[in-house]
Design a protein around this ligand. Structure first.
Ligand code: DGP
Ligand code: NA
Ligand code: NA
Length: 210
């Protein structure tokens, strides 16, 4: 009935995990699946290296530039802030966003360097809250065995071990922990189920929050 009709919103679904946990390929598979279900879905990732801020982050990660730990932390956060309004527009227009890393990476990676965790969390306050955080759980040793890391700054076993510890502190009841050591199709199936359930909740009016 005209005038009473409310557009249903999309879901904000975040995948988190260590480097080499399989996040990126699972994110693309999940988007294809949701589209196949007739839903509007987009793949997003942070850092988004295409913006000016993202290019500074990329230079830091590839060791082309050096930055103070606090400075790079704030740049990662700024990179999420610069996409916030587009994110909100997309979600409100009914598009589900599958996001490869978000604030939890921000806090886990920087606190793993020894920065105060509350200081790390504060610039994330006010960003949109995910409807679902799926954590692809893999031990740092197993992740390292997967065809090895690249050459980027954080892709070292010792540091990934610290990141794993700091991710653990961030898990809360809203997270779904997915065993990333299962066969890839099983991980995919599990993500499809939890993502679809989440999209339905959002369609039924679950409010978007900050
Ligand atoms: P990726 O493009 O997903 O491989 O991420 C690049 C690297 O940056 C990866 O090692 C994870 C790390 N990273 C991602 N987001 C953040 C963040 O917000 N803060 C920090 N310090 N590191 C991050
Ligand atoms: Na990486
Ligand atoms: Na990735």
């Amino acid at each position: 009935i005209e005038g009473n009709k409310k557009e249903s919103r999309g879901a904000l679904i975040v995948l988190e995990g260590l480097d080499r946990s399989g996040k990126s390929s699972q994110c693309s598979r999940l988007v294809s699946y949701l589209e196949g279900e007739g839903l509007s879905a987009e793949l997003w990732r942070f850092p988004d290296r295409t913006t000016n801020v993202g290019q500074m982050i990329s230079a830091y990660l590839t060791n082309a530039s050096q930055l103070d730990d606090h400075t790079i932390h704030l740049l990662f956060s700024a990179n999420r802030w610069e996409k916030r309004s587009l994110m909100e527009t997309k979600l409100k227009s009914g598009t589900t966003l599958i996001v490869d890393r978000y604030s939890y990476s921000g806090v886990a990676f920087s606190s793993a360097k020894g920065l105060d965790i509350d200081w790390c969390k504060s610039p994330e306050n006010g960003l949109l809250a995910p409807d679902l955080v799926a954590y692809l759980d893999i031990s740092p040793d197993k992740a390292a065995e997967r065809g090895g890391y690249g050459d980027e700054r954080y892709e070292k076993l010792e540091f990934q071990q610290k990141v794993a510890e700091h991710y653990k502190v961030l898990h809360d009841t809203s997270w779904k922990i997915v065993d990333a050591c299962q066969p890839i199709e099983d991980v995919e199936k599990q993500l499809q189920e939890i993502a679809l359930a989440c999209v339905k909740q959002c369609q039924q009016g679950k409010p978007l929050s900050s």
